[in-house]
Write a protein that binds this ligand. Structure first.
Ligand code: UDP
Length: 484
């Protein structure tokens, strides 16, 4: 029997499935490829049924150990209208004492700590304990560049970013259009903006950054961020940025009757003919937009699977802490009258949550109408599925611009869905395009191929992760040498 490498890695995830899932997948990669002992310290929302299921499945797989810390009580610390971003930063700040005691008491002593972007304050603890530390950015390198450059933008840009006439310039990277900026930059007077600026500084205190992208996809941004690159020089950055992606969820054995019936239905459809519609773990539409989407799907005359969530006015990330708890009957009452019976031969409606990676991996899926969370975006391109980009919150507007304009693997509406209602005729046209346009399909297959190549032995991401693993192992041996 193979002996387990004594190197112990502790990874920290903030609440939210879009944070927890990539941290788990990164942990699994260290366990599988480098034989590390991996412990995941997950600060969980405790309100999501899916969160519990995912943690249980990791425990069953025995690849990683899990320590589940319930979210601290924020009642006295945040206002009711504080943004999800603020809540996440405050949650992880409050979790610091728990992280400290686990990091100093757990055995064997961890050789490295890897935190997500909401947990960068924990780096200080690792430094005090002389433990190597990294930040894992589950998003892409252009986004990381924006985060790191934001303190400079804060000095030089006057007024709100969204009111600027020119795109925001980032040395060595594509500029960011004012309307595309990351959510916490939308209002510089909001509390989340202050929290956001502190993250850049937190990242720069680490020993290095792992980012969920790969060289072939974002060579320019990775070069700008690394030693000798324009951004790195301007920020006087001393730390390396490693493109280790795509880190995506792999389909797991799922014996639920829901997944079984979806797969049986997909088996009967022709290749690349079905559009999958989902807005990630948190995305919600307005009532009017939900009805337009229903009409658009019907008018497109294409087949579809739609993960439906109850609408809510004025908030696009309302389901962030609650995923997996809604009922079908509740959804249906928001849809146009007669919709469910009219579409029953061409479309399937799933309440709230579906096994996305299993669905995207089916040969019948030909397009993904997605909110463009980076996890969903990567799951789409690594399955060779073109996107209909429908950004809602966080950094999704940048992601949509990246996939539609730079990579050419997506179509997108003429208006920003967060600003205006996308009308049924345009939705129908886009759904038809995503299924029928060969150019986008060919391009996404090229990106898929590049992604797979980067992960194979000899590929850029494989080499980058191996380099990090080696550095951690060496630090572990040095500690032992020093003790002897
Ligand atoms: N997901 C899923 N089923 C759903 C919705 C989401 O399995 O019905 C998974 C999806 O596969 C991805 C994650 O949840 O791994 C969502 O992460 P992403 O970065 O796309 O967006 P976020 O939810 O953070 O906005």
């Amino acid at each position: 029997m193979e002996m387990q490498n004594p190197t112990h890695l502790l990874l920290v995830s903030s609440p939210g499935l879009g944070h927890l899932i990539p941290v788990i997948e990164l942990g699994k990669r260290f366990a599988l490829h480098h034989n590390f002992k991996v412990t995941i310290l997950a600060v969980t929302s405790q309100t999501s049924r899916v969160e519990t299921q995912i943690l249980n499945s990791v425990l069953t797989s025995s690849l990683c150990h899990i320590i589940d810390i319930p979210s601290p009580d924020l009642t006295a610390l945040v206002a009711e209208n504080d943004a999800v971003f603020t809540r996440l930063c405050v949650t992880m700040r409050e979790a610091k004492p728990a992280i400290r005691s686990i990091l100093s008491e757990i055995t064997p002593r961890p050789s490295a700590l890897i935190v997500d972007v909401f947990s960068t304050e924990a780096i200080q603890i690792a430094r005090e304990l002389k433990i190597m530390n990294y930040v894992f950015v589950a998003s892409h390198a252009w986004m990381l560049a924006l985060v790191l450059y934001s303190p400079v933008l804060d000095e030089v840009v006057e007024g709100q970013y969204v009111d600027q006439k020119e795109p925001l310039k980032i040395p060595g990277c594509n500029p960011v259009r004012p309307e595309d900026v990351f959510d916490p930059m939308l209002d510089r007077n909001d509390r989340q903006y202050k929290e956001y600026l502190a993250i850049a500084n937190g990242i720069l205190q680490s020993d290095g950054v792992l980012v969920n992208t790969w060289e072939e996809l974002q060579r320019k941004d990775l070069e700008a961020l690394n030693e000798g690159g324009l951004l790195s020089k301007e920020l006087d950055m001393k730390i390396p940025v490693h493109g280790v992606g795509p880190i995506v969820r792999q389909p797991e054995l799922d014996t639920s009757s829901l997944t079984h019936s979806l797969m049986t239905w997909l088996d009967k459809q022709s290749s690349e003919s079905v559009v999958y519609v989902s807005f990630g773990s948190g995305g919600t539409l307005s009532f009017e937009q939900m009805r337009e989407l229903a009409w658009g799907l019907e008018l497109s005359e294409q087949r579809f699977i739609w993960v439906v969530r109850a609408p809510i006015e004025g908030i696009t990330d309302a389901a962030f802490f609650t995923t997996g708890n809604s009922q079908f009957d509740e959804m249906v009452k928001y849809l146009p009258e007669g919709f469910v019976s009219r579409i029953h031969k061409v479309g399937l409606l799933v309440p709230d949550w579906a096994q996305q990676v299993t669905i995207l991996g089916h040969r019948s899926i030909g397009g993904f109408l997605s909110h463009c969370g980076w996890g969903s975006t990567l799951e789409s391109v690594t399955n060779g599925v073109p996107l209909l980009a429908w950004p809602l919150y966080a950094e999704q507007r940048m992601n949509a611009t990246l996939v539609a304009e730079e990579l050419g693997v997506a179509v997108r509406p003429r208006v920003l869905p967060t600003k205006k209602v996308v009308r049924r005729e345009e939705i129908a046209e886009m759904v038809r395009r995503v299924i029928t346009e060969n150019g986008i399909r060919e391009r996404v297959k090229e990106v898929q191929h590049g992604a797979m190549k980067s992960l194979c032995v000899g590929g850029s991401s494989y080499a980058a992760l191996s380099g990090v693993a080696k550095a951690i192992e060496c630090s572990c041996q040095n500690v032992k040498c020093n003790k002897n």
